[in-house]
Design a protein around this ligand. Structure first.
Ligand code: ADP
Length: 526
């Protein structure tokens, strides 16, 4: 049988089917093309086209020295609308792909020359389609197609556009970055416990809290060792409960981490969730860790404050009540008793104490609400201090005023008096054994400095940084010294409002020196 005759009569079988691309391939006027009419096409070309047209997988073929193009319906969407399709059919490769020819021509040559197929995964190949240059990703392979002589005559491209996959991958990556940013900004530690391996993974912040460097693995046993002893059982219990079959998986607990590097005790709140498979076995347990040291300490101080405040308020009220009861009796029975004056005095003293405690509480509320307004006037600071010394009752303490004899300043006199009364009362209260208190006023032309020095109990250096905090008392629940822990807080707020500074130096057992500095001529404070 004559092969050529056979081909001439049957080439149309090979171009059958193939949807839109089959039809276009059949209808194209090939006589104008370098390949000529299909009846003259080689068997290998026809077979390849037939496979291609009937495949549902995207395929594209370059054939002959001019690299004339064929493609199937599955490939066609890759060319977009208003772009290369349908001109690409029968077109020379170089004419069709000018924008990427320098990338793909070497691949075609390589496949034609040594016959090795190529494999490219998610490669960016920007193409012109839909009236614009688009960034398009592809996973594709180029393989040679030989003709009847055994020589490479074409290159078949099988591949898929992966732009959507890459876009979703990138948006997941972006979302992850945003989440990491939010975690970073919110100062959160993140953790994950692998229930199968018991491996504990955390972000850098968490490792830092546990005293580990960035690339060190977290050993669960070691991590537990760094948790405050008294919190360990509760923590292990909470982890086991969250991971137990049938649990709702929720995990929330507050515990303390002791960083072995700096001995810092960080109070953290761990929140997490265990996830379970269909059999009810936990397969993931992860969550976040939030540093709540400050909030927790403040809360603790507030609780202590309420206990101290109730105690402080109760003492004068009880005395006042007792004085009143005795007065009532005396008034009824002995109108002229000389004891009346004594009890009225006691009642009045206790009332003053109560008023001063209430003043402190009201001042804190004012400061909190930003309502501490200054009434600035010009006055002599030294004279004001002399008056303040007279208003308080130093008992057997000796108040020694030294330094400047007169110093005119602009400030809120009532507020500065309040600071002086607070500092002097503290100096007296916290130096029961030593009676000398030195008050020194100095100035450097710009600022006035007042120092109140006592030789009393002094302050532990570790406690100094917290002294001016709200509700802070060195001996929080001890009742040796009365007070609400508000005087220094209010004083520091008043001095700050005057754009000044207040600080303390102190030696435990030898006494303290509280000093504040305010501008002399600042008339723009109010
Ligand atoms: P308080 O009403 O408790 O005296 P303050 O705010 O005035 O509150 O002072 C806070 C804490 O600072 C006090 O509880 C005390 O422990 C400490 N303190 C203040 N002044 C002195 C001082 N002169 N000497 C020693 N400790 C002081």
């Amino acid at each position: 049988m004559n092969t050529n005759n056979y081909l001439q009569t049957s080439y149309s079988h090979y171009l059958q089917g193939g949807g839109e691309m089959g039809r276009l391939t059949r209808e194209l006027d090939w006589s104008e093309n370098v390949l000529g009419d299909p009846e003259g096409w080689s068997q290998s070309l026809l077979t390849t086209i037939s496979i291609m047209l009937n495949s549902r997988f995207p395929m594209f073929l370059w054939w002959g020295p001019e690299l004339i193009q064929f493609y199937n319906d599955a490939y066609r969407p890759n060319l977009g609308n208003n772009g290369k399709h349908p001109t690409a059919l029968g077109q020379r490769g170089e004419e069709c792909w000018p924008e990427i020819w320098p990338i793909i021509k070497p691949l075609i040559d390589q496949v034609m020359a040594d016959g090795e197929s190529t494999w490219s995964e998610d490669q960016l190949i920007p193409i012109y389609r839909n009236n614009k240059l688009e960034n398009v990703y592809w996973t594709f392979s180029y393989s040679k197609v030989v003709d009847e002589t055994g020589k490479p005559a074409g290159v078949l491209v099988m591949g898929n556009e992966t732009t959507d996959k890459i876009k979703s991958y990138n948006s997941i990556k972006d979302a992850k970055k945003e989440l990491e940013f939010a975690i970073e900004a919110a100062d959160l530690g993140t953790w994950e416990l692998n229930p199968k391996t018991n491996k504990f993974i955390g972000n850098e912040r968490l490792k830092d809290w546990f005293g580990l460097s960035g690339n060190e693995e977290i050993d669960l046993e070691r991590a537990i060792d760094m948790i405050a002893y008294e919190d360990r059982d509760n923590l292990i219990d909470a982890v086991q409960k969250a991971m137990a079959k049938g649990s709702d998986g929720n995990f929330n607990i507050i515990y303390t981490i002791k960083n072995p590097n700096d001995d810092f005790k960080r109070i953290v709140e761990a929140t997490g969730r265990a996830l379970f498979d269909k059999e009810g076995n936990v397969y993931q347990f992860s969550g976040i860790l939030q540093d709540v040291t400050e909030e927790y300490k403040l809360q603790l101080r507030k609780d202590e404050f309420i206990s101290v405040a109730s105690h402080e308020l109760k003492t004068p009220i009880t005395s006042l009540n007792a004085s009143m009861q005795i007065l009532q009796k005396l008034v009824k029975t002995d109108k002229a008793s000389d004891k009346i004056a004594m009890f009225v005095n006691m009642a009045s003293n206790n009332l003053n104490k109560l008023l001063s405690l209430l003043d402190d509480l009201l001042n804190v509320t004012k400061i909190q609400q930003g309502q501490l307004a200054l009434k600035v006037t010009r006055f002599d600071l030294v004279e004001l201090i002399r008056d303040s010394c007279e208003h308080i009752h130093p008992g057997d303490h000796e108040l020694i005023l030294q330094g400047d004899n007169e110093l005119m300043i602009y400030a809120d006199a009532r507020c500065i008096d309040q600071v002086m009364v607070n500092l002097l009362n503290n100096a007296i209260k916290y130096s029961p054994q030593s009676k000398r208190i030195e008050i020194t006023v100095t100035n450097n032309g710009q600022d006035a400095t007042v120092s109140i020095r006592d030789f009393g109990i002094g302050i532990d250096p570790e406690k100094l940084p917290y002294l001016f905090d709200r509700y802070y008392r060195v001996d929080a629940l001890g009742h040796q010294f009365s007070g609400l822990g508000l005087g220094l807080y209010i004083s520091s707020e008043i001095i700050n409002k005057h754009k000044g500074k207040i600080n303390v130096s102190s030696t435990l057992g030898s006494g303290s020196d509280f000093r504040f500095t305010i501008p002399i001529n600042c008339t723009l404070l109010a």
